[in-house]
Design a protein around this ligand. Structure first.
Ligand SMILES: NC(=O)c1ccc[n+]([C@@H]2O[C@H](COP(=O)([O-])OP(=O)(O)OC[C@H]3O[C@@H](n4cnc5c(N)ncnc54)[C@H](O)[C@@H]3O)[C@@H](O)[C@H]2O)c1
Ligand SMILES: O=C(O)[C@H](O)CO
Length: 348
């Protein structure tokens, strides 16, 4: 039997019981649930990742809906427990739902929601930040300065890459990949090459129009190309950002062989999911190619890094913060609450 979990209760007399496995930013999401007659229970346990047993204890005997987190394993055991408690809706507070077994949810009659769109620009901005930080060696230079090593300007000190007129490669040109591509094309006048299973028509139109605008102003136009294979992007791009969903087709999409295809001084950014890159192979590649740089927001065995990664000066690592702006996180919480409410509102 799991230990009882600590909770904070809002609107104790609400008719429906909705559980959030974590406190989430803002109060709009709580108010929306209260307005629809929900008793809101928020788990305040001081434990970053809740186990399946913890969440089963939270769900209890009666629960109408749950808002959960991407760190939780939403599979058969949890959907079975939620269904037994009368629950009909679950929302991940994330757009990615690789932690959710949607087939299991279907088997138990639980509707599943996620939080797309509201985090698109915020996540793309972090990918752009990592790209620039890697190109200009910002983290290394910051450590150098704080370490008291700066003795004066030197022609070779922290020389990095100029992005202007280089090629940006995007793998997975969906919402976030396209937003990132637009930032890099418009912000740095980079040419675009992308690979996706589907054509990114709006992105192509944007780059074409921006190229025409530059030309009309006497500047060299930017260009775009839809690659017929992922390897084409890896071979041609100077900066490559990964934005696909994580599923069986994208697991270890970037492996030892594909790293070898990339330019020796390329920059690789990952703000999608850690397992899209074979991280062991990446560490070896970083060791063998000191001019190759990476910017990582996500890791294969989160919260851990593969041995050796933390020692690599050509790697920038941040703790899965790509969607972490106040506006976005409040928006994600609001969307998650609406997802859980939709089922009950339909019933009324
Ligand atoms: N680091 C973070 O904090 C953070 C934040 C938001 C999203 N994400 C991740 O980013 C992912 C993308 O989010 P989105 O809103 O852009 O989703 P999206 O569905 O709009 O885009 C995903 C794209 O990947 C493409 N794709 C799927 N399989 C592919 C393959 N094998 N090869 C190439 N492309 C493939 C799809 O066609 C689609 O265009 C999410 O699933 C999530 O895992 C991470
Ligand atoms: O999938 C997501 O939404 C991110 O990983 C967290 O914002």
């Amino acid at each position: 039997m799991a230990k009882p979990v600590q909770i904070e209760v809002w609107n104790p007399n609400g008719k429906y019981r909705v559980v959030s496995t974590k406190p989430m930013p803002g109060t709009r999401w709580i108010n929306l649930l209260i307005q629809q007659d929900c008793r809101v229970e928020i788990c305040t346990q001081n434990k970053t990742i809740l186990s399946v047993e913890d969440i089963i204890a939270l769900i209890g005997d009666k629960c109408d809906g749950v808002i959960g987190q991407l760190t939780e394993d939403w599979g058969d055991a949890l959907f079975s427990a939620l269904s037994k408690a009368g629950g009909k809706a679950f929302s991940n507070m994330a757009v990615g739902y690789n932690n959710v077994d949607v087939n299991a949810a279907n088997r138990y009659g639980v509707a599943v929601g996620n939080t797309p769109g509201v985090l698109t620009e915020t996540t793309a901005e972090l990918a752009a930040t990592l790209s620039v930080a890697a190109a200009r060696r910002i983290v290394e230079a910051d450590a150098f300065m704080r370490g008291g090593l700066y003795e004066g300007w030197l022609p070779h000190l922290f020389v990095g890459n100029l992005l202007k007129r280089q090629t940006v490669g995007v793998i997975g040109a969906g919402r976030i990949g396209s937003a990132y591509a637009r930032m890099m094309v418009e912000g740095f006048k980079m040419n675009l090459i992308y690979y996706d299973l589907y054509q990114a028509t709006r992105l192509e139109k944007f780059v074409t129009a921006y190229g025409q605008f530059l030309k009309a102003n006497g500047e060299q136009p930017v260009t775009w190309k839809r690659a017929s294979s992922m390897d084409e992007v890896l071979r041609e791009a100077d900066v490559i950002s990964l934005h696909p969903v994580l599923d069986k087709t994208t697991y270890h999409l970037v492996n030892k062989e594909r790293l070898a295809v990339m330019k020796k001084e390329a920059i690789l950014v990952n703000c999608s999911r850690g397992p899209v890159i074979d991280e062991v192979a990446l560490v070896e590649h970083l060791k063998a190619n000191p001019m190759f740089r990476v910017g990582l927001d996500v890791f294969e065995d989160e919260p851990y890094m593969k041995p050796g990664l933390a020692d690599m000066k050509n790697a920038i690592v941040v703790p899965h913060i790509a969607s972490a702006s106040k506006w976005t996180r409040e928006g994600m919480a609001t969307l998650a609450a609406l997802n859980v409410l939709v089922y009950h509102l339909y019933k009324k």
